[in-house]
Design a protein around this ligand. Sequence first.
Ligand SMILES: *[C@@H]1O[C@H](CO)[C@@H](O)[C@H](O)[C@H]1NC(C)=O
Ligand SMILES: *[C@@H]1O[C@H](CO)[C@@H](O)[C@H](O)[C@H]1NC(C)=O
Length: 144
Amino acid sequence: MSLIYSTSVLCIAVISLVNCVNFCEKYAINGKDGILSFTNPDMATLEFGTATQVKRLHCCAAGFTSIRWYKDNVPYPWKLIDPAETYPDIEHNNQTLIFDHLNEYLDEATYTCDVSNGTQHISHTKRLQVQGTCYLDMLHSKIN
Ligand SMILES: *[C@@H]1O[C@H](CO)[C@@H](O)[C@H](O)[C@H]1NC(C)=O
Ligand SMILES: *[C@@H]1O[C@H](CO)[C@@H](O)[C@H](O)[C@H]1NC(C)=O
């Protein structure tokens, strides 16, 4: 009984966490009946992160049927050392890229989302700059 209770409490906690993480949901009201548009009023072209942190890049849109991401003009999914892995994760109908462990050497790039409704496209490009940690910088200078 208490196990079932604590499991359902955990589920509720997880569900609310997932909901609050859907950043684009709060902008959905900015979409106008089926018109292809970006809904997030703050479309930054430069974003910053720190190595090892969790970072999300958003492309909140309405009236679309597909969103494709490009990293330095290469379409998602991007090749990794382990081909079975897909990184970063992509969520909420591709509106969000989630880097769960930001890496200054792998993730610093220019990212473009191409949003389409089948007949028209709109796109947005942002540069992600990743600040290394002191430890990583030291390691890197030793390698070079
Ligand atoms: C795509 O979006 C444009 C601009 O909002 C609109 O004029 C067009 O009808 C849309 N096409 C479809 C298939 O919804
Ligand atoms: C999301 O992106 C993947 C990879 O580019 C693509 O295969 C899929 O069709 C996309 N889905 C949507 C809803 O845009």
